[in-house]
Design a protein around this ligand. Structure first.
Ligand code: AOF
Ligand code: ZN
Length: 327
């Protein structure tokens, strides 16, 4: 399953609105015989790719897959049928498919005499490569990760507004790699005026990475003439997070990174539309600078938004915290 997760990571960012699924086919002796990941919409699913790679070695073998194989005729034929025809005897999947049209694959496989096991590394998969898509499949809304870099005292700039660079080069590189695996990045018009961001995913030499997310600017005012995003970004003239998410869902966007600034983050918090926080906390003190979020709707301690930390890792000298709102 760890190998299947690695396969899914290779296709993250190219499959939406379909899930990035990974699959490994083991031959009848338990040796890896084929690997596959979901192809862009309309293309083969992970199981079909892995079966093709395994060829005749799939006969009598096992399919290990991050998502329950689909049993429906969508844009492609059911994976359950492909597995049955290839002579697979065992299927192990991490999470069940919440999409009512595609679900039921496990039962279909069992009816065909295949043993089916589910739940292996389910937490890793549902918090990792399938996190955004599972949220989208359940709610119809893209999954929003609010990402920011702040000082140890929670400031995102110095009091004169200067902010380059708070987090380390290692953290910034990590963010660019993350951008390349996402569908869209959102900023507000205020951030465009202040920072003139390009919102591209670049390597350390400044060269664009092969995959680029859709840049999105939210706000009523026009973008400044000559801004880097003037001709590249989708400009949504609204202040309501749900308008933004509806427009993005129509574009097939599933996995969104909210990058700034504090006012836009506040609007998303007030609307209850932040699904995960990714904070890069740098070991530096900034004193009187602006806070990471403004107008989150918290005025007294009983209004405080409580979160659960899912992961803490060092990113060079910085601490990266992944947390989700409680409830
Ligand atoms: C799988 N393996 O690799 C993926 C699955 O329109 P289609 O035919 O491409 O079907 C899309 C649905 O199939 C999608 O919403 C999800 O329920 C499932 N995705 N299933 O067995 C895969 N990507
Ligand atoms: Zn399928």
């Amino acid at each position: 399953m760890a190998l299947a997760i690695a396969e899914s990571e290779r296709v993250r960012g190219i499959t939406s609105p379909n899930p990035p699924v990974g699959c490994v086919i083991l031959d009848e002796n338990g040796n890896a015989a084929g690997f596959g990941g979901t192809q862009p919409v309309g293309g083969p699913h992970a199981e079909v790719m892995a079966l093709k790679a395994a060829g005749s070695k799939a006969q009598g073998g096992t399919a290990v897959v991050t998502l329950e194989p689909c049993s429906h005729h969508g844009r492609t034929p059911p994976c359950t049928d492909a597995l049955i025809e290839a002579g697979i005897k065992h299927v192990i999947h991490a999470v069940s498919d919440p999409n009512p049209r595609a679900a039921g694959g496990a039962n279909r496989l069992k009816e065909a005499g295949i043993t089916v096991e589910s739940g292996l590394l389910a937490t890793e998969v549902s918090r990792g490569p399938l996190r955004a898509w599972l949220h989208y499949a359940r709610t119809g809304r893209p999954h929003v990760t609010w990402k920011y870099a702040a000082s140890l005292d929670g400031r995102i700039a110095a009091s004169d507004g200067t902010s380059q660079w708070i987090s380390s080069e290692i953290s910034r590189k990590e963010v660019h790699e993350m951008r390349a695996k996402l569908d869209a990045i959102i900023v507000g018009t205020g951030t465009v005026r202040k920072d003139d961001p390009a919102l591209t995913a670049r390597d350390t030499g400044g060269m664009p990475l092969p995959r680029q997310p859709l840049p999105v600017v939210v706000g009523m005012s026009d973008l400044p003439v000559g801004a880097k995003l003037q001709h590249t970004a989708l400009h949504l003239r609204t202040h309501h997070p749900d308008d933004v998410l509806t427009a993005l869902a129509e574009q097939g966007v599933v996995d969104v990174l909210l990058e700034g600034g504090p006012t836009l983050a506040g609007a998303f918090w007030r609307a209850g539309r932040i699904d995960r926080v990714l904070a890069y906390i740098a070991p530096v003190l900034l004193g009187d600078g602006p806070a990471a979020v403004l107008g989150a709707g918290v005025s007294t301690i009983t209004d405080a938004v409580r979160l659960t930390v899912q992961d803490v890792t060092m990113s060079g000298p910085d601490v990266r915290i992944s947390a989700v709102p409680e409830n």
